[in-house]
Write a protein that binds this ligand. Structure first.
Ligand code: PEP
Ligand code: MG
Length: 758
């Protein structure tokens, strides 16, 4: 059964459109369960009813015309209860509703299971039979499992289908098509979607209208020529070692590229208007689908060959294509997985928004976006990446929503919010040079987190008093190999120089987790619990030492460098790192450099560190809490996974108690304690942290003025009271509500909610 299930899901997931996907589902389910009827009903948001979309067994004329509201008929009952209904004699049930056009009076038994996606009932999958009998447990389990697996595929096909409808000229355009994601960086953006695909990743190549069809065909043919040449070279070089039948495979391979095979189809699609890369994706996907459905294992394997050929041709097309995309003046960059390198590719004056299909609000791409102040949505998992390029979008970075093809009313509502944002920004400028001081005179330094060089000027402009976290891995991530000591030193010096005499805290390389270096791949099942941060650099002293030497040299003459160690879980890691830093200092002094040992600090970002704060404190000059990781590890919630984004709550009582405990433990050793996780960037979080006694808050530059304005409008006494109240509470939602109430009493504007059209 598992095999049947896998096959159905695989086949449906590559169906070209919603209609074929649904027809496939009903056909396959009916056959594999040997039932007389299988039907699928889907919710139609326009008339708020469930529509019969496909059936095998009922009258075909009823497709599209049978419409049931929730709680109407047995289908409605399944929706209402959001659970399977299994009946041996359906017509006896009080909810049974006879719909003449279907011809279902002949069938007695009924099993309906809900299709649920992100807690919404998308539709119902029904099987029916003439015999009066209950479907047995294994049949029910099969249908429930299938429905759970198909829900995402159906949601995706529905979304793609709505966009396709817009393209059909005679159809009424669908406006305000909404996709849900996770709020990644606040703010609103209105712009044009530009999809970027990573190299040789066929699945994320977007459809684009070919500007010059002949040119597209020519570059496709050139790419084919190069791939043919490559395959011949490989075939020749292996000729000695291969048997005749294996050699024949190379010929099969080459023939697949012939004009009357793949190539001909691609050219036909280019002539229909798609650009070469999009046409290639369409043809390869279709062939892969056909081959992977075959029962013969030899033929099934050909799917892999076609995919491989497709990737090779794509790589040449991408290489020959324009290296610089033509970015519209208001670009909303969209990627399957947004990377820091992608952010840097768009000219900053054109980039207004970002959307990533993968990742969540504490993924590093989102953190960088916040520091740059670019509205961002993460984890928009249903966004049809291949159909979105070039369309107008509204991006709501507060609620995590993207609207495709916004109508005039929606645009007007969001333009109002944009205007409000600009006014608020102008007001906050006025306090740039004032201290973060409460109404009763308590001051707390506000520093920033940086990673890109562009952050530096922006941070200074927004009144930062120091850098509390410079993520040194960011410059490593946007390169093709490890930077040399000299290159690193030059990069670091720019940060130290620009901020001098203000302090700059440089964190040693924190790779692993969601921060991969393209030239140093770390393949792990569980990367956030794997080889990360200090664990990597202590295993590679050459990388660590080069980096520390580069930092020390960069700081020569400035005296504002602080070094910070990430992901430390035990004192021996700290002792080892301290020893290496001492060695680097000595070596450089011996080489004649005028440097002294900088302040060295440790991050508290794993639960083990929370309970060793005093021991750590005795070994370092400062402690800085990485609340992003600490939250994920305390709550066992992957910071990168949009599916559990709702569970990643900074105001969870366990997180707040840990933060409070860390501050008091560090102070027992008279060691300053600060925070550099994103919680410090939230006005409410900043107030609580100040009340806990944190000596400095380091945050993204975008939110710094807002945090400052919040602190300037409260008394320390108010903040202490709020903290006491919050620490006595045991529910994160209530805590958040209380904090928001206090903030609005203080007149601190919460993110504006658009008044949306009905
Ligand atoms: C943290 O974990 O809170 C932190 C500041 O480090 P990063 O987000 O880079 O992991
Ligand atoms: Mg961290």
């Amino acid at each position: 059964m598992l095999d049947v299930l896998r096959k159905i899901v695989q086949e449906v997931s590559v169906a070209p459109d919603l209609e074929s996907a649904l027809n496939l589902i009903v056909r396959r389910v009916q056959r594999s369960m040997s039932t007389e009827v299988c039907s699928v009903y889907l919710f139609d948001p326009c008339d708020q009813r469930y529509v019969l979309m496909a059936t095998e067994g009922l009258h075909q004329e009823s497709v599209g015309s049978v419409r049931l509201s929730a709680a109407e008929g047995l289908v409605g009952l399944v929706v209402d209860r959001a659970e399977p209904i299994n009946l041996e004699n359906a017509s006896q049930h009080s909810s049974f509703k006879y719909v003449e056009s279907t011809g279902e009076e002949r069938y007695s038994s009924f099993l309906g299971v809900p299709i649920i996606h992100h807690r919404d009932v998308l539709g119902v999958l029904v099987v029916q039979q003439k015999d009066i009998r209950r479907f047995d447990e294994s049949e029910e389990a099969f249908l429930v499992t299938l429905s759970a697996q198909l829900a995402g595929v159906i949601a995706h096909a529905e979304a793609t289908g709505s966009l396709a409808k817009n393209d059909a000229k005679d159809d009424k355009a669908v406006i305000d098509l909404r996709f849900e994601g996770v709020a990644g960086s606040s703010g609103v953006a209105i712009g044009i979607a530009t999809v970027v695909a990573p190299p040789a990743d066929l699945a994320s190549v977007p459809d684009k209208t070919a500007k010059d069809i002949d040119k597209e065909i020519a570059s496709f043919e050139e790419a084919l020529k190069l791939v043919r040449r490559d395959i011949k070279v490989v075939g020749r070089s292996l000729a000695q070692r291969l048997r005749a039948e294996e050699q024949a495979l190379f010929d099969v391979y080459l023939r697949m590229l012939d004009d009357n095979a793949l190539a001909g189809e691609v050219i036909a699609r280019i002539k229909n208007g798609n650009w070469a890369q999009g046409a290639l994706r369409e043809v390869v996907t279709e062939h892969v689908r056909q081959f992977s459905m075959m029962d013969d294992p030899y033929l099934r394997e050909r799917a892999t060959d076609i995919k491989d050929l497709g990737r090779r041709v794509l790589a040449y097309l991408q290489e020959a294509g324009p290296t610089e995309l033509d970015y519209p003046p208001e670009t909303i960059l969209i990627a399957d997985e947004l990377t820091p390198a992608m952010l840097g590719e768009v000219p900053s004056d054109k980039l207004v928004g970002l959307v990533s299909v993968h990742g969540s609000s504490n993924s590093h791409a989102a953190i960088l976006a916040r520091s740059m102040g670019i509205p961002t949505i993460m984890g928009a998992v249903d966004l049809p990446l291949t159909r979105i390029d070039g369309r107008e979008l509204v991006l709501d970075g507060y609620s995590g929503r993207v609207y495709v093809q916004p109508g005039e009313d929606l645009l007007a509502a969001y333009r109002d919010i944009l205007k409000g944002e600009q006014e608020e920004e102008a007001e906050l400028k006025a306090i740039k040079d004032l201290p973060a001081e409460t109404t009763d005179g308590y001051q707390i330094p506000l520093w920033v987190n940086t990673g890109l060089l562009a952050d530096v000027a922006r941070s200074l402009d927004r009144g930062a008093e120091g850098i509390g976290l410079y993520r040194t891995e960011v410059p490593f991530m946007i390169r093709e190999f490890f930077p040399s000591e000299q290159e690193q030193s030059q990069t670091y010096r720019k940060q130290l120089e620009a901020f001098h005499p203000r302090p700059v805290t440089m964190r040693t390389l924190d790779i692993g987790g969601d921060k991969a270096l393209p030239y140093f791949p770390i393949e792990e099942e569980n990367p956030f619990l794997g080889w990360r941060g200090i664990r990597v650099t202590l295993d590679h002293p050459e990388i660590f030492l080069v980096q520390v030497r580069a930092m020390l040299k960069a700081g020569e003459g400035y005296d504002n460098l602080r070094i910070m160690l990430p992901m430390v879980t035990s004192v021996h890691e700290l002792d080892e790192a301290n020893r290496q830093i001492g060695r680097a200092v000595r070596e450089l002094q011996e080489e004649g450099h005028d440097i002294k040992r900088p302040l060295v600090g440790v991050m508290v970002e794993v639960p083990a560190a929370v309970y060793q704060v005093r021991r750590f404190a005795r070994r370092v000059d400062f402690i800085s809490v990485g609340s992003n990781d600490l939250t994920q590890y305390l709550l066992a919630v992957d910071r990168n996974n949009p599916r559990v984004a709702d569970l990643y709550v900074s105001y969870h009582p366990a997180v707040l108690r840990a933060l409070n405990f860390i501050a008091s433990e560090a102070h027992k050793e008279n060691v300053p304690v600060s925070i550099c996780g994103e919680l410090a960037s939230e006005p409410g979080g900043a107030l609580l942290l100040m009340a806990m006694g944190y000596d400095m808050l380091s945050m993204n530059a975008t939110n710094l003025p807002k945090v400052k304005s919040t602190i300037r409008s409260v008394s320390k006494e108010d903040a202490d009271e709020l903290l006491a109240e919050v620490l006595a509470m045991d529910d994160a939602d209530k805590i958040k509500k209380l904090i928001n109430e206090r903030l609005s009493e203080l007149g601190i504007a919460l993110p504006a909610q658009p008044v949306l059209p009905e």
